[in-house]
Design a protein around this ligand. Structure first.
Ligand SMILES: Nc1ncnc2c1ncn2[C@@H]1O[C@H](COP(=O)(O)OP(=O)(O)O)[C@@H](O)[C@H]1O
Ligand SMILES: [Mg+2]
Length: 1021
């Protein structure tokens, strides 16, 4: 509701109490129109709901809507029939008291629909139990049955209820609907025998003919075509798309089984319905004396069969009247008119009472047999004020009823207002209103009221007519301010009232009634003769409806007017003990058209529904009242102290709020739980301020929301990051664990490899081997020998000995190759010589090791130092090497200075210019030296040669000389290194000896044995 305050320019106000011009009917209708245009059919006047029939489905009765209105504060949501229903239900549940919802309005205004919606709401939202299901189904299904028998198509409404209905729904202490009771009022019996042009009889006749099975129709003696029946064919109605009799029949038929109707009940019931149709078709003729006769007894027979009596009795009862003489009864024939009257009376009586029976039957199925305490919500769906061009007895009764209900409404509203003021501790301000009790009295007062006058006229002996009744009225109530007739009206009003009419000034406006038919309708006479026949019926429904006791009671039955008055007063008694809610229904146009808003028609209804009067009462005090918490909740943003939260009691919050906004003292009052605002304009100003502040609020809310979103996104991202991180760390840790595991395995293998290093290789030790290999090789890098003479080598592990050897060889080879590639030709020659020296002397002769470091010279004698004669003698053979030597004679061992010259082919021993001895290499047998450090060299020659014998020479550089010689001779194994002594060749068959030993100093001498003794100094090693 508050929500729509903001949209009030477009959709009007949701509560008429907030209308500024609350006394203006125009403003009222304007507001209705504004809302109707927006398909808003509901508007409140306080807690009263005004409903305009939309004549179209608006989609506002869905289950979702029902849930929406459930347990919601009445004013929180837009006005709705569900809000009214929910409010009543909740109050009933919480306060355990009884309620009623009064729904009134013109025919076609939507009363019955509203009551159905309420019932559906209860069925949907109430707690569910098994017993509830049955009770609920019965409550819901009783409606189509009642509508079939009590509703009819009229010009105003295709499904017009032709009876007033009050329905009690009983709830147990938990709010579960457990039963119900229906009271019907004033069924329009005249419709059974007569319908206006374009209207129909009660639906059940057509439903039976359209939907009934063949056998059923045959059993009832009926044909399918409604046009064959007089009671159905007078209205000349065209088929209506909104009515589907065949489907409705199915619904009704199913409903019968749910609400406990037996086969026999249905047989009897349809027997009665068929009999009514047959009755209508009875033809009367006038005989010669003017009495009525029935030429064809076809219908009579069917009726007699269906209702269970003799055809002849019925025939007699329809054409004769019993008159009681003093001692005997005399049969008196009827005129044609009276016969027709009797027939119609019978049809009406039968239908009317059957309807009452039906209601009772439904009630017995709805009754709750458990006698615990129940609370009820009553639904009163009753005709509203009716004002036609011609208003008769029915309108009189209906309007009287509305007058009574209005009285109730005003009293209850005022009482409620007063109670609220009292409860809230607010001073009561008397409200001026029109009390319509005066009109009710005019109608119902005992002995003085119109109904009493009518009754009197009905029973009065002598000729009583409608006119005489009118005269009586003029006589008895003529002075009443709310009563007028043509005679009583002044010359001005006279024209508007007919001769047979009287006018009542109802609270809602004037209504002029025509007295024609008042007496007859009030009497509702059924000839005693016919009553007797009906009492004897074997149709069990009829025998329940027409009791013999009634015949025996000689007292006149109460008239229709009195009956209605009584039932109304008992209805009011029922209502008065209950808490009321009101729904006022308005019909927007006569054509049943959606979206058409007929101003004139609506203004008329607004008037006759007493809406302006009701609004006046509601507005007399305060236009608006709300609980503090609700008011504060809505407007708290208007005051910094109350926004965004007020932590104290709501009443103080509201007081602070309105002080801040600046309400004038006369504008409001503060009750115990509510604030009361006197003028709508005050509320609207507040509302406008709220609207204005909303923009700021929106910005703030948006900002908060955005920051909230941002934060949410941030938190989400952070969470994602944490999750990612966790996963990543997990992955890393797993990787690390795997690595460590792997490492452990490897280390284990390495250890086991180490342990098994001396055992035969196994594939399990592969890693260990690889590691050892790798380590060794890497280590070896730093220990590779840098030159050929470096003999160091990193010791290999056992398994790598082979490899190490190979490597070492490779390395040595490499070093050698490098070394070789670096040495010069001279050095190479030197080396080659040294190699030869090594082959000859290594390990054999003392002084060899010391000689290694001394390089060999090319020659020890310069060419100039050689005598040119010698050179000539040698024939210019190129001297390859020369060295000074001492030559010992072979016999006396005399030492002589000589030169030893070596050429390519010969060795020459030379003394100055003489060649003392030439030894060709081909004649050279061998060369001997001692193993000691002396410089003695013996060149052996073959004895057969003409040579002088072996040459005994001493020289320095003994290794050099021998090496040069060996290299030039080019023979292998020519050098002999001897120990102790050697033999040399002197001449054929003669040999000398040289003895070698060591001594303290070097000496060479001829010993006593004639041997050459060579003493070498001992070499310190
Ligand atoms: N709330 C509603 N929404 C849609 N159509 C409605 C509504 N109320 C009434 N009607 C239409 O108006 C017709 C007459 O309503 P009904 O309740 O029978 O009138 P009443 O009982 O006042 O004579 C219904 O048959 C239906 O077509
Ligand atoms: Mg109705």
């Amino acid at each position: 509701m508050e929500g729509a305050l903001t949209a009030r320019d477009k959709v009007g106000v949701q509560d008429f109490v907030l209308l500024d011009a609350h006394t203006s009917e125009t403003a009222f209708v304007d507001n209705l129109r504004k809302r109707f245009r927006e398909n808003l059919i509901y508007t409140y006047i306080g807690t009263l709901l005004v409903s305009v029939n939309p004549y179209q489905e608006l989609g506002i009765y869905t289950l979702k809507q029902m849930e929406l209105y459930q347990r919601v504060n009445f004013f929180e949501l837009p006005p709705h029939v569900y809000a009214i229903a929910d409010n009543a239900y909740r109050m009933m549940c919480s306060e355990l008291n009884n309620h009623f919802i009064l729904i009134s309005g013109e025919s076609g205004a939507g009363k019955t629909e509203a009551s159905k919606k309420i019932l559906q709401y209860f069925a949907a939202i109430c707690p569910m139990t098994e017993s509830l299901q049955i009770a609920r189904d019965r409550l819901l299904l009783s409606i189509p049955v009642l509508e079939a028998f009590g509703n009819a198509k009229t010009l105003r409404n295709d499904n017009s209820s032709r009876f007033g209905k009050y329905m009690d729904i009983q709830f147990d202490f938990q709010g579960v609907p457990v039963g119900g009771q229906i009271i019907s009022y004033l069924i329009e019996k005249s419709r059974v025998v007569y319908q206006n042009q374009g209207e129909r009889n009660f639906h059940i006749f057509y439903q039976l003919l359209e939907g009934g099975e063949e056998e059923l129709l045959a059993y009832l003696g009926l044909e399918r075509d409604p046009q064959l029946y007089k009671y159905l064919s007078q209205g000349h109605w065209a088929k209506e798309a909104s009515i589907n009799d065949k489907n409705d029949w199915k619904t009704v038929y199913t409903a019968f089984s749910v609400i406990d109707f037996t086969e026999a009940d249905l047989e009897n019931l349809f027997g009665i319905i068929a009999s009514v149709l047959h009755l209508g078709n009875i033809c009367f003729k006038e005989d010669s004396q003017g009495w009525a006769t029935i030429p064809s007894t076809h219908e009579i027979k069917w009726i007699a069969k269906l209702l269970g009596f003799q055809p002849s009795i019925l025939l007699e009862a329809l054409t004769h009247r019993k008159i009681e003489a003093k001692t005997e009864e005399v049969l008196c024939p009827l005129t044609l008119d009276l016969s027709l009257y009797a027939r119609d009376a019978m049809a009406k009586a039968v239908y009317g009472r059957t309807f009452t029976w039906l209601v009772n039957k439904i009630n017995s199925s709805l009754v709750n047999k458990d006698f615990t305490r129940k609370t009820v919500i009553g639904l009163l769906d009753i005709y509203g004020f009716e004002v036609f061009d011609k208003n008769g007895f029915e309108q009189f009764c209906i309007n009287y009823c509305n007058e009574k209900l209005q009285q109730l409404l005003i009293e209850r509203t005022l009482k409620a207002e007063q109670a609220e003021y009292e409860m809230e501790g607010i001073e009561w301000e008397p409200i001026q209103y029109f009390n319509n009790k005066i009109i009710c009295d005019l109608v119902e007062e005992r002995h003085k009221g119109i109904i009493s006058i009518l009754d009197e006229e009905c029973i009065r002996p002598g000729p009583a007519t409608d006119l005489s009744f009118l005269e009586k009225l003029e006589e008895k109530v003529g002075k009443h301010a709310h009563f007028q007739t043509r005679k009583l009206a002044g010359p001005k009003g006279r024209k508007r009232i007919g001769w047979m009419e009287f006018r009542l000034l109802h609270y809602a406006g004037e209504v002029t009634y025509c007295t024609e038919g008042f007496l007859e309708k009030n009497n509702d006479l059924l000839y005693r003769h016919l009553k007797e026949v009906l009492c004897r019926s074997r149709n069990s429904i009829l025998s329940e409806c027409f009791l013999v006791a009634e015949l025996e009671n000689r007292r006149r039955p109460p008239t229709v007017g009195t009956q209605f008055k009584n039932s109304l007063s008992s209805l009011l008694e029922i209502l008065i003990s209950k808490e009321p809610s009101y729904i006022r229904c308005i019909k927007p146009n006569e054509g049943k058209e959606p979206s058409k808003f007929d101003d004139f028609l609506i203004r008329h209804q607004v008037k006759y529904l007493g809406l302006m009067e009701h609004l006046r009462v509601r507005r007399a005090g305060f236009a608006y009242r709300r609980k503090y918490e609700h008011f504060l909740q809505r407007y708290k943003s208007l005051c910094p102290d109350t926004w965004p939260h007020w932590h104290g009691p709501p009443a103080q919050g509201v007081a602070r709020l309105i002080q801040y906004i600046g309400y004038g003292r006369e504008e409001y009052k503060l009750g115990k739980t509510k604030i009361f605002i006197r003028f709508p304009k005050t509320l609207f100003a507040t509302e406008d301020a709220l609207e204005f502040s909303k923009h700021q609020l929106v910005a703030r809310i948006q900002a908060t929301y955005k920051s909230c979103l941002g934060r949410r996104a941030y938190v989400k991202k952070r969470q994602a990051a944490v999750t990612l991180e966790a996963h990543w760390r997990g992955a890393l840790a797993r990787k690390e664990t795997r690595r460590r595991k792997w490492a452990v395995q490897i280390i284990r293998k390495l250890i086991s490899g180490f342990i098994n290093r001396n055992k035969p290789l196994s594939p399990d030790d592969k890693e260990f081997i690889v590691l050892v290999r790798r380590n060794y090789i890497l280590n070896l890098r730093h220990h590779v020998p840098k030159d050929v003479l470096d003999k160091s080598w990193l010791r290999p592990p056992a398994i790598l000995e082979n490899a190490s050897d190979l490597l070492r060889k490779m390395c040595t080879r490499n070093l050698v190759r490098k070394y070789c590639s670096e040495i010069t030709a001279e050095r190479k020659a030197q080396m080659q010589q040294k190699v030869v020296t090594s082959e000859v002397f290594r390990g054999k002769k003392d002084g060899y090791a010391q000689s290694l470091n001394q390089p060999f010279a090319d020659s020890r004698i310069d060419e100039e130092a050689i005598n040119p004669k010698v050179l000539q003698l040698i024939c210019n053979e190129k001297i390859q090497y020369g060295i000074p030597v001492i030559k010992y004679d072979r016999k006396g061992f005399k030492a002589r200075q000589r030169q030893l010259l070596l050429t390519r082919n010969s060795a020459y021993v030379v003394e100055l210019a003489k060649v003392k001895q030439k030894i060709e290499y081909s004649a050279l047998k061998g060369v001997s030296t001692s193993n000691l450090s002396d410089g003695i060299l013996v060149i052996h020659v073959f004895p057969e040669d003409k040579q002088k014998g072996d040459a005994i020479l001493q020289c320095e550089h003994i290794f050099e000389v021998v090496t040069k010689l060996v290299m030039l001779v080019k023979k292998e194994n020519i050098v002999r290194v001897v120990q102790g002594s050697l033999q040399f060749y002197i001449s054929p068959g003669k040999e000398g000896t040289i003895v070698f030993h060591t001594g303290p100093e070097e000496q060479i001498y001829k010993d006593k044995n004639g041997q050459l003794t060579v003493v070498s100094a001992r070499i310190k090693s």
